[in-house]
Design a protein around this ligand. Sequence first.
Ligand SMILES: [Zn+2]
Length: 328
Amino acid sequence: MIYPWHENTWQQLITHWQNQPNAWLLLGKDNTGKVAFARHFAQALLCEQPNEQHQACEQCPSCHFFSQHNHPDFYELTPRQEEDDTTSARKLLQIKIDEVRDVLTQLTQSSLRGGRRIVLIHPAESMNVQAANALLKMLEEPPEAVIFLLVSNNRDRVLPTIKSRCRPLILPAPTVQQAQDYLHQQHGEDIPAHLLAFHSNAPLFDVQPEQDQLREDLLALLAKPRLLSFLDYANAFDKQKLPLAKILDWLHKWLIDLALTQQQMSPLYYPHHSQALAQLAKKFNGYVLFSLIERILTLKPYGYHSLNVKMQIESLLIDYLNLFTKKA
Ligand SMILES: [Zn+2]
């Protein structure tokens, strides 16, 4: 199954079907259905009786195995949490070299069903450097009839040497209307419309009511900044064992909305707080705002490191408070 907003890309893809590279790099925004597209593509490549439009038949043994998630010539590499690892909630999960090597070793043997073999890797940027280098060796001398499908949310974080071995395919994000229609169709009235704005109009986001509530608590405090409530919040957030990356994202989006509001533009991420943003926009120090945004951008690469999360949040929120107290 592919999403409606990928239909045109699929049509373009099948017009050049015979000319398959050894590796594709599927690129696009997070939560817009890229992996679904890649799996659809993989099934079609593996199908033993595809139709003239290169659609998988859904009937042949290969399609049957694929739908049961046990096709012997289809490999999927994605970061997995180790079962006994209780400290991983704040870590960025990676695809490790052993997992890549394991697949590569199997590729040196022959195909089990005698046809193509497909390796799906997502997100490609989650391979650590060793894993990416192991893959690179295979991409330099690709085995017969193996197609790699790499999926990435961020092409800048994929090693250039890997990128240069792949044919890029850009998967478009849905329009705002398509995203709204999809969300409505899936969830009806159960999901507040403003959540789509927060998720940058990418409709396949995970619904996480507890995090949404924690974020709304923060927004209420940002609307009426006070030191003591900030310190309490830092403590409460820390207890949830969420990564610093979360709050950096929430706060970054708020600051962008604040800057937009001051320029008489509509907020992008928190439209349901437009009144509070308008109140705040009257009285903040623009210089402090931009230095705070810069600080957040500097911290973002460390969003999944084991920094002292509570201390970082306290310090960021105190900086935020300075927006309204420091004279320009
Ligand atoms: Zn089939």
